[in-house]
Design a protein around this ligand. Structure first.
Ligand code: GRF
Length: 203
């Protein structure tokens, strides 16, 4: 499957996906990386792996609609089967999401439906959670609200700070995202009627 990755920053999850795709048995290939931030460190990382990396800076466009149109023009040319959001920090319109529904997935650093949005690690700590984690889900118009594909769990330790906890979660993110993309690329999970439908070994 042809995969495009959308980033806004360092792109460590993008890198994990690139590494996973190096295995010839892996059912997906990263064909392009796009960023809404021209200075995203992940763009250079992608280039260093020989992958086309394109900035579509939102500041170059007068509106969200115009920016999404530009993004869609690039995506139409790239023609991915699947879009992976990996630290893409811009909300998408329902229209844009609708065009890619069932073919766009995201990783979020919490055990959804808990702690949607920003600062999930701080909020998990504040809430006294003893476990925390990350979720890969299909993207729908509701931010961080789409059907769940896979989750990874970590313990919260007594002396954790936002930094130690987020680092522990990030390590799991780097394992979880390749696993989840594999499920999607192999058709072992699909979005049907607004829900994630999983296929057993017998189909
Ligand atoms: C990750 O924690 C991801 O879950 C969240 O944003 C962060 C991106 O990190 N959506 P990176 O750019 O993949 O290193």
């Amino acid at each position: 499957k042809r995969v495009a990755v959308l980033i806004s920053g360092r792109g460590s999850n993008m890198t994990a996906l690139i590494e996973a795709c190096k295995d010839p048995a892996y059912p997906a290939e990263i064909i392009a990386v796009l960023s809404n931030k021209p200075d995203a460190a992940g763009l250079d990382v992608a280039r260093s792996h020989g992958i086309e990396a394109i900035a579509v800076p939102q500041k170059d466009y007068p509106s969200r609609a115009a920016h999404e149109e530009a993004l869609n023009a690039e995506l139409a040319r790239i023609a991915p089967d699947v879009i992976c959001l990996a630290g893409y920090m811009r909300l998408m319109s329902a229209d844009f999401v609708g065009q890619w529904e069932g073919r766009m997935i995201n990783i979020h650093p919490s055990l959804l439906p808990l702690f949607k949005g920003l600062d999930s690690h701080a909020r998990a700590l504040e809430s006294g959670m003893r476990v925390h984690g990350c979720t890969v889900h299909f993207v729908t118009a509701e931010m961080d609200g789409g059907p769940i594909i896979a989750q990874g769990v970590v313990p919260v330790k007594a002396d954790d700070t936002e930094e130690t906890l987020s680092a522990r979660v990030l390590k799991v993110e780097h394992k979880l995202y390749p696993l989840a993309l594999k499920l999607v690329a192999e058709g072992k999970v699909a979005m049907v009627g607004g829900e994630a439908r999983f296929q057993g070994p017998e189909g």
